[in-house]
Design a protein around this ligand. Structure first.
Ligand code: NAG
Ligand code: NAG
Ligand code: NAG
Ligand code: NAG
Ligand code: NAG
Ligand code: NAG
Ligand code: NAG
Ligand code: NAG
Ligand code: NAG
Ligand code: NAG
Ligand code: NAG
Ligand code: NAG
Length: 476
């Protein structure tokens, strides 16, 4: 049951509460130890013709470079001159910098035998396990040939090859990731294009001190699971100057086995048919000390999102200087055009509830087809949330219909809801709104003339200072 508050043009002050001071994250300054040696893969027999597999030549060059690092402690480059290098799974090692030069492409093989008969979670085109001082650069590209995994094109969701033959994984998600760093320290990935992943693109797992900068990620807009950067259980990660255009979540911190601390993402441009930034849905441990600044989110299905489902707690997160445009796409994709979306409903009846606290949204410009959704749960409250200096313009420009509230994954799923509100709140304790302007176009008034909706009345300590809601164009 809901208790919508209908207010056409309001400016009110409710309870005030003090917002605790926050500490900003300091960025690790990753610098790989100076490189003293450079080995070309062609000297190890790579053809670069795009037809013959160069896997063993490339792996030999990597292993030779790693021996150099072990004896000298300075990193070694494995250089790819212009050409196309077809490869099965490669193991990147400590002290090795993959230098894929401009006009060179490292091409992931599309055959199941290119990825060993082990658990699908270990399928990558390039992966570093337990490595230190390791990275990728060069100005070239790593290409996963994702289109070769599509068996039937479909505007809503491509139908993908499922490599279920090994029994290692079930269903449609049996596809290799593109690049992975697992249990690594001092990782730097820069000046590289990562494109056409068959599954997730760049995966950072249980790493410490990772820098990703000047990276372009080009996935496929209709391919499910084409995530941009997935950061799991890792500390001290900096992402800056990235360009991500893909179908699934673009920057996606998750926690499976340990907490995630200190992630900063700045100066990025993102377009996606899912969430541009999403915490979760894997959320068994805490997320703390994350900063997202100077980011443009273009025509995405969701802007800033949190799907907290498994009992991990989220705290001390800042979103600043962000422009968001969100629109509807087919509802088979998670997202309902919400510029900001936070939910903590437990995934299923056996899941714990995680809470979300101390969030700051400041200097945010929004142009979207739907409003903000803040939905905690009885034991997963949203507390101390602040919106400061925000302009929201709500209008419709796609042809997809509205009228659904999205609790996926798990929870209540998609729920019918006729009105579209500016901000929906449930299970919120401590929400301060300061200098926020909400404008509506008049083309769909009956459907969305609800600036604020408390649903149900589990919302406490709300403060509005300088909140304005009204028509974008006054009716004359
Ligand atoms: C996170 O950053 C803070 C502030 O720089 C630092 O004190 C803390 O040790 C970092 N946490 C981890 C787990 O590295
Ligand atoms: C990780 O690498 C270190 C050396 O850097 C080694 O001592 C350790 O055994 C490795 N751990 C695993 C799980 O391979
Ligand atoms: C990126 O790579 C290109 C081609 O190798 C090179 O010319 C350029 O200097 C590199 N830029 C950076 C920032 O490293
Ligand atoms: C996947 O493989 C497993 C083990 O071989 C089998 O039990 C299962 O039915 C297969 N599933 C699909 C969707 O093909
Ligand atoms: C991150 O920091 C937390 C808290 O100190 C720690 O429990 C966790 O093991 C760290 N993770 C990594 C990958 O270093
Ligand atoms: C990560 O970087 C910090 C700051 O430079 C440094 O103190 C720490 O030792 C680094 N961690 C590892 C595992 O190298
Ligand atoms: C914001 O990021 C863009 C790149 O997306 C960059 O060109 C611009 O300089 C950044 N602005 C500031 C104030 O850092
Ligand atoms: C957001 O848009 C405003 C107005 O168009 C512009 O001044 C600002 O630089 C933009 N910020 C970002 C992060 O794109
Ligand atoms: C989240 O916070 C609650 C309440 O403080 C606590 O009981 C729970 O253990 C925390 N979750 C994790 C994963 O630490
Ligand atoms: C919001 O709009 C006002 C009036 O146009 C403008 O002065 C302000 O800079 C805008 N702020 C943001 C964060 O977009
Ligand atoms: C918000 O924008 C204002 C005006 O552009 C600027 O002075 C302020 O530093 C910004 N705040 C943050 C946290 O970036
Ligand atoms: C919406 O549908 C109309 C009529 O079918 C079509 O002309 C228009 O191009 C569509 N607009 C979009 C944004 O798809």
């Amino acid at each position: 049951m809901g208790f919508p508050l209908l207010m056409r043009s309001i400016s009110l002050i409710l309870l005030l509460f003090l917002f605790q001071s926050r500490s900003y994250t300091s960025s690790p300054n990753i610098k790989l130890p100076g490189d003293s040696l450079s080995l070309s893969v062609t000297d190890f027999g790579a053809t670069g013709d795009g037809i013959h597999y160069d896997s063993s030549a490339i792996q030999s060059a990597i292993d030779a470079c790693n021996r150099h690092y072990t004896s000298s402690s300075s990193i070694c480059r494995v250089t790819f001159p212009p050409g196309t290098y077809l490869t099965a799974k490669l193991h990147l090692r400590s002290g090795v910098l993959l230098d894929v030069t401009e006009n060179a492409v490292l091409l992931g093989g599309p055959r199941i035998e290119d990825y060993p008969a082990e658990s699908s979670s270990d399928w990558y085109v390039v992966v570093a396990n337990n490595a230190t001082d390791v990275g990728i650069t060069g100005g070239g590209a790593i290409d996963g040939q994702g289109s070769k995994f599509v068996v039937r094109f479909d505007e809503k969701k491509n139908v993908m090859v499922s490599w279920n033959q090994t029994g290692a994984c079930l269903g449609d998600e049996c596809r290799p990731r593109l690049v992975g760093f697992v249990d690594c320290r001092n990782v730097e990935i820069w000046n590289i294009t990562l494109r056409e992943p068959a599954y997730w693109c760049l995966h950072i797992v249980r790493c410490e001190n990772t820098s990703v900068h000047d990276v372009t990620i080009l996935g496929e807009f209709n391919t499910p699971n084409n995530d941009g950067i997935d950061i799991e259980d890792s500390n001290n990660t900096v992402i800056t100057r990235c360009h991500i255009d893909t179908g699934d979540d673009a920057i996606c911190p998750k926690t499976y086995t340990a907490p995630l601390y200190n992630l900063t993402a700045t100066d990025c441009w993102i377009r996606t048919k899912s969430s541009a930034i999403k915490l979760g849905s894997a959320s068994w441990f805490d997320f703390k000390g994350l900063v997202f600044d100077n980011i443009t989110i273009f025509e995405s299905h969701r802007g800033l999102g949190m799907q907290i489902r498994d009992g991990g707690n989220v705290s001390d997160i800042t979103f600043s200087n962000i422009n968001i445009s969100t629109r509807y796409y087919d509802p088979s994709w998670w997202g309902r055009a919400e510029p900001i979306y936070i939910t903590t409903c437990p995934r299923d009846s056996s899941s714990k509830e995680g809470s979300v606290s101390n969030l700051l949204f400041v200097n945010i410009t929004i142009d979207s087809e739907n409003g903000v959704f803040l939905s905690g749960s009885p034991n997963g409250l949203l507390s101390d949330i602040k919106f400061k200096n925000m302009n929201l313009t709500l209008r419709r420009w796609s042809n997809y219909s509205a009228g659904l509230v999205d609790y996926r994954p798990g929870c209540q799923g998609l729920v019918n809801h006729s009105a579209t509100a500016g901000i929906i709140m449930e299970h919120v304790k401590g929400f301060s709104v300061e200098n926020v302007d909400l404008k509506w176009t008049d083309d769909n008034l009956n459907a969305w003339n609800v600036p604020l909706e408390f649903r149900p009345s589990t919302v406490n300590n709300v403060s509005f200072v300088g909140f304005n809601s009204g028509l974008l164009h006054e009716i004359v």
